[in-house]
Design a protein around this ligand. Structure first.
Ligand code: NI
Length: 177
């Protein structure tokens, strides 16, 4: 297994649409193992393909001692109830803002062996699923913030990427998706 470099805000790969995986193969098993290792070392609770420069629809997650990989994930149901909670991202280091997400979601996809998987998540796990699937569409959590919070976050990200600001206090691993 290998720890992969994580792409940081400003890298155009984070804004691209990832493509569906047409055939799950050995490369995906190795990628899933490397992404899981990278996520743990970071540390965070979710990691999506584009964050390691892979424009394929794949993400890994680890919450409450359970973990997995989902390929070609689709949200098939979401609760009307929403929860607002602090959220950070491995690609946006030092930044955390409250983000509103569906409280529960059901997703379907394939695991790293190409077997169908159906997962239900609530709370943090639901948040991870929604955050990682956003990554596959080039969407970052700051895009989900209401104005003027979004504008503030984008300004801070620009300052950080230009070296005009130093990252704030670390964001807890369980809020880093
Ligand atoms: Ni993220």
């Amino acid at each position: 297994m290998a720890v992969l470099p994580i792409r940081i805000f400003g890298d155009p790969v984070l804004r691209q649409q990832a493509r569906g995986v047409s055939r799950v193969g050995g490369v995906h098993r190795r990628l899933a193992a490397n992404m899981t290792e990278t996520m743990r070392v970071a540390p965070g609770v979710g990691l999506a393909g584009p964050q390691v420069g892979v424009l394929e629809r794949i993400f890994t997650w680890e919450v409450d001692g359970e973990h997995g990989t989902v390929i070609n994930p689709v949200i098939v149901a979401r609760s009307e109830a929403v929860i607002e909670d602090e959220e950070g991202c491995l690609s946006l280091p030092g930044l955390a803002y409250p983000v509103e997400r569906a409280a529960e979601v059901k997703i379907e996809g394939l695991d790293e062996l190409g077997r169908p998987v159906a997962l239900e998540g609530e709370g943090l796990l639901a948040r991870v699923f929604q955050h990682e699937i956003d990554h596959l569409d080039g969407v970052l959590f700051v895009d989900r913030l209401p104005e003027p919070l979004r504008r503030e976050a984008m300004g801070r990200l620009t300052d950080l990427s230009l070296g005009l600001a130093s990252p704030g206090p670390g964001v807890p691993a369980e809020e880093t998706l």
